[in-house]
Design a binder for this molecule. Structure first.
Ligand code: NAD
Length: 487
């Protein structure tokens, strides 16, 4: 069932200064296929020396050809990269599916989104401008949006191409040169995209990829004095470590740290429309999505009926290898599967009822990291399953009484990334959107992972700063105010 990889993964090298280079130490790491648990490729194990080389290459590009590029020319380069990604979308999707274990159609959607990010930001390059500010007679005041210089990008394993596109696309569009540290579990697509970027004519050194372990290569990047802005997506604990490293030299950081997204369904909701969206928001990428809708809050009068209907859908969900292209693939690695299974053990120990469970297909390879989707009902609001990010296909459902109760429960975790509200009442739609502590609120829809144009980011422990949309460009620039006196 696990289709052979039709293309050869890039060599176990970094991509620095427009070419593949081996790790300074020569060390490599194996790449594991989550669908069967077997190693199928290798990547370079980066160290501080490799980060040093990548930052130097990026600085050279920023001070040289890339930095001198006119905005429209920058835009054309990014558009060529977008077109190259689109032209190689199937190859990239196959690579991503194998590397991350995600069902093929999800990997295809990720490749399409990556191309779309570069298309969006290509068009923005020559539209990012400052202002003139009214000031007393005899003065002219201008603001300029200037690139930071060399930006660092630490990317997680759950959506490598999408998170790379949203972060690096915006940073390059704003005129920065980038050093990227992908997650050690999923690097291959980004190495290939970097190669495509060079072929598309992006200036050498504008985009560099250093692979390796988090504390080793990622730690060196976060601590490097040559990095002028750092964009991090990943766990709250690592986000804090990265932010501390940056704080020592006052380097600005964008942190995107996950969530515990509530889907809030009122009794007047269009349940037929809501049901497939609720399911998709938790099974997409096997629940390994920061914006997953991992909590389900349902008004009490609708609760029993909705849980019954949702249970039918959960029971029909099937989990299997990436290339079988089922509802769910495996989790990224054994430790992530074990973590999710520990959460499910906890639910059992504490008497939380399983309303429904999907199945792992019988011919799924024994070595794969599979967890069947689970719908838990009547989860107490203070239970760890209602408060912590499981990062697996586990949906925690609970009833609420009225609007105030819904807001209290929805805002009752440390997170605040994405929330969904299902109601036909227009006034309530707006009241809820205002009351929810969340970076994004979806009404009668839920956009887990989508929306290139839509500013995205969290409040509270979900992080700070915004990526995606035009807003991201502001984060990847520093505003300079120029005051001219001309009597
Ligand atoms: P992580 O935060 O450890 O890894 C994310 C990225 O940070 C990777 O590239 C990793 O190599 C790098 N990294 C790790 N330690 C580092 C360090 N000390 N300095 C600099 N970079 C470092 O995440 P994880 O361990 O792979 O996953 C654990 C949990 O994180 C998951 O269960 C999930 O809750 C969360 N997570 C969230 C997202 C998200 O999109 N918000 C993505 C992945 C993981």
């Amino acid at each position: 069932m696990n289709a052979p990889l039709p293309i050869v993964a890039t060599p176990p090298y970094h991509f620095i200064g427009g070419r593949f280079v081996p790790a300074a130490t020569g060390f490599t790491l194996p790449v594991i296929d989550p669908s069967d648990g077997a190693a199928f490729a290798a990547i370079a194990r980066g160290s501080a020396a490799d980060v040093e080389a990548a930052v130097a290459a990026a600085r050279g590009a920023f001070d040289g050809a890339w930095g001198r590029c006119a905005p429209a020319e920058r835009g054309r380069a990014l558009m060529r990269l977008s077109q190259a990604i689109a032209a190689h979308a199937e190859e990239l999707a196959l690579l991503e599916a194998r590397d991350c274990g995600k069902p093929l159609r999800q990997a295809r959607a990720d490749a399409a989104a990556c191309a779309r990010y570069f298309e969006f930001y290509a068009g923005a390059c020559d539209k990012l401008h400052g202002e003139t500010i009214p000031y007393p007679e005899g003065y002219t005041v201008l603001t300029w949006r200037e690139p930071h210089g060399v930006t660092g990008h630490i990317i997680p394993w759950n959506y490598p191409m999408q998170i790379f596109g949203r972060s690096v696309g915006a940073a390059l569009a704003a005129g920065n040169a980038c050093v990227v540290k992908p997650a050690e579990d999923a690097c291959l697509s980004l190495l290939r995209v970097a190669q495509l970027a060079a072929e598309a004519g992006l200036a050498d050194g504008a985009l560099n990829v250093v692979t390796g372990l988090g504390a080793e290569a990622g730690g060196a990047l976060a601590a490097h004095a040559g990095i002028a802005h750092l964009s991090f997506t990943g766990s709250p604990a690592t986000g804090s470590a990265v932010a501390r490293a940056c704080a020592d030299r006052h380097c600005p950081v964008t942190l995107e740290l996950g969530g515990k997204g509530p889907q809030i369904v009122f009794a007047d909701a269009d349940v037929d429309a809501a049901l497939p969206v609720i399911v998709n928001a938790i099974v997409q990428n096997a629940g390994q999505t920061c914006s997953a809708g991992s909590r389900l809050l349902v008004q009490r009068s609708l609760y029993a009926d909705l849980i019954a209907r949702l249970s039918e859908r959960f029971a029909a969900l099937r989990t299997g290898p990436a290339f079988a292209d089922l509802d769910c693939g495996p989790l990224i690695r054994a430790s992530q599967r074990d973590r999710v299974l520990r959460f499910l053990d906890l639910a059992q120990r504490d008497g939380i009822a399983v309303a429904a469970r999907g199945t792992i297909v019988a011919d799924a390879p024994a070595g794969g990291f599979y967890v069947a989707p689970v719908l838990l009902r009547d989860v107490p609001a203070t239970h760890r399953l209602a408060c912590e990010e499981v990062f697996g296909p586990v949906l925690a459902a609970m009833p609420f009484d009225d609007e105030a109760d819904a807001v209290r429960l929805a805002n009752g975790t440390d997170f605040g990334l994405v929330a969904g509200v299902w109601t036909r009442d227009g006034g309530r739609q707006l009241r809820m959107a205002r009351a929810l502590a969340s970076g994004q609120v979806f009404v009668n829809n839920y956009g887990a992972g989508g929306g290139v144009e839509l500013p995205f980011g969290g409040v509270r422990h979900s992080g700070h700063g915004r990526e995606k949309g035009f807003e991201a460009l502001y984060g990847f620039t520093a505003l300079k105010t120029v005051v001219l006196r001309h009597a």
